[in-house]
Design a protein around this ligand. Sequence first.
Ligand SMILES: [Zn+2]
Length: 776
Amino acid sequence: MKKIGLIASMALLSMTSVFAQNRSEQNHAERFEQLGPMLRTPNVYRTASGAPGHMYWQQQANYVINVELDDENQSIKGSEKVTYINNSPDQLTYLWVQLEENQRGADSNSPKVAESSISNRMTLRTLEGIIWANEDFGYKVLEVKDAKGNPLPVTVNQTMMRIDLPTPLKAGDSFTFGVEWSFNITNRVGYIAGRPGYEYFEGDGNYLYTMAEWFPRMAVYSDFEGWQNKQFLGRGEFALVFGNYEVNITVPADHMVGATGVLQNPSQVLSSTELERWNRAKQTYDAPVVIRTQEEATELEKGKATAKKTWKFKAENVRDFAWTSSRKFIWDAMAVKQGGKDVMAMSYYGKEANPLWGQYSTRVVAHTIKSYSSHTFDYPYPTAISVEAANGMEYPMICFNYGRPDSDGTYSEAVKNGMIGVIIHEVGHNFFPMIVNSDERQWTWMDEGLNTFMQYMAEQEWDRNFPSRRGPAHKIVPYMRSEKNTLEPIMTNSENIIQFGPNAYAKPATALNILRETVMGRELFDYAFKEYARRWMFKHPTPDDLFRTLEDASAVDLDWFWRGWFYGTEPVDISLENVAWFKLDQRTPAEKAADAKAEAEYDETNVSRTANMKDVPQTVIEANPETRDFYTTYNPFTVTPADEEAYKSFMASLSPKEKELLNSNMNFYELNFKNVGGLVMPIILEWQYTDGTSEIERIPAEIWRLNETEVTKVFAKKKEVKQIVLDPLRETADIDESNNYWPRQYQPTRFELFKGSGAARGASTGSNPMKRAKNN
Ligand SMILES: [Zn+2]
């Protein structure tokens, strides 16, 4: 502790500026500058506030589709009538249509641009992916005709098809065309592992189909991108147009079909018992009603119907349409009240998924709708379906999920929680990007990051102790700590990301969670996030619209946050470098003199003992009168009348407030912080006092605005401090917590004791026991 003299109140307050003068010349760059030109120029379509502009427009595509599933040969053939409405102010000479199925075909660029190498152990699946003998896959038949049945000129470039229009499509006009197609369905759990496909069940010889990206779909033409016709390589997902769908699906008569939209002809495709149960489910709000039971489904698995049934669905204002079909399906459903309307929460699953799915799936669907609605807008669709399909993928109103017990029906907590997590996630995607319809081909994080953040909240609302994989700040630390050459900013195209999950899911989810909990607070964040969801519901937002809206609705300048978390790769590592403790000097001249004398005598007796210690100030030794001749005539410990007079007049000059401060016995702690990681963040401190109490103090990130690398700040505390902890609740994703303590706390790095198979082997190779243990 050091004593500081009270000269004038101004002297105390200027301490930080004294330090500020010592900072180096280039201590701040642009971390707190506005994003400015990094964002799109606002216009009549998108405002500077982040809202749709007064001339906002978007295209529309309506579909009437007939499709037939061939369960013998695992193929489909379909025909569609597409009505494309040009709401843009532009005249279009051609249309672009997406053909994702070609990504699985022989000419696909996907295997060509995939790096590969041979290792000692290769799986058959990996080798098949390299050989890519895919002549049977991709679109087989593809005929495009105008409304009168005349062929239209088309150019197929990989996964994109250009239709050249007979006459330019004027602003406000629409164009109707038809497509006929067929393709062989791929094995979803095989080497062309993809979102759609079939899974074959050896035990009963049946197939389960999840049909997605299964029809030629309109690409998006927008004010910010023109045609989004970037090729589909398998990762960067979809950019799709809203529209209305009428889809007729013909399948074997013993199949159960689930799809986007509302079933139009239940009495034609369901048995009378099933119909009765379905109608009961629509009135049941407390538990799922099983419409096709496990016993009934298992019985159906034994035969193969030759007759067919056509399931008719309608869906309004959706950006896509997916469906599932199998004779294996058990089906349950319950009604959920949401925003004054009923939503049917439903699940389709094979017996392999029970008892887990019957117990949880539909209940989790219902929970997800409620949780997400509370943070955004009321779920606007009439149904929400979860299908057990050994993968996880989302579509409007329907999604495919995983989570199967062992064959004896038992399951671990991990399997159960994995299943609950994936259902929340995929059902949650209805909000982002199915309704808040961002461009997935360009920005994976805009739906995955936002959705993973929402998933985290929904999981914690499901169970306060839910072991959420992503969301809490400390969980992103291993990624933030990883090698610089494996990191890209979140603002990176889907296809160009090395660590995909951490970059596009976990980091943006964590960033939003930090915004909510630490930077903005729940009240400001929740309002602004809701505003973003409401503004862009059933529209096409860009990242700028999100960044701008969150600031616009909260009065929190977040440009530094977007720069650091979304445009940068630096991690957070704030170090509490130094702490100095000061007290105001309250002593009279006589007390000061006595203290100085005692100090000198102490030094005299201890100087030889302490002489070797580096920290004995030289001034103390020099001031020792016994060792300096010129001191012998002068006693520094005598208080002169001048000293007394100066003290008296100083005390008399103090105002009552100044006197109160002088007598307050305040402790002043001067803390010095270094920004080691680079990413600026708020400084969160826990003060632990000697009386056993503690308090948390939060300093906004703007403390770094004049010096991004080092700041010093003085804190006045009535109590004496025993310990200071930086980021005590682990809110900032600080990658090195060893420099977060004063006094420093050293924590052991754990290593594993590894028992090798031969005594000499481990020692002679000198290999890392941790690595070897992992590889075994
Ligand atoms: Zn997702």
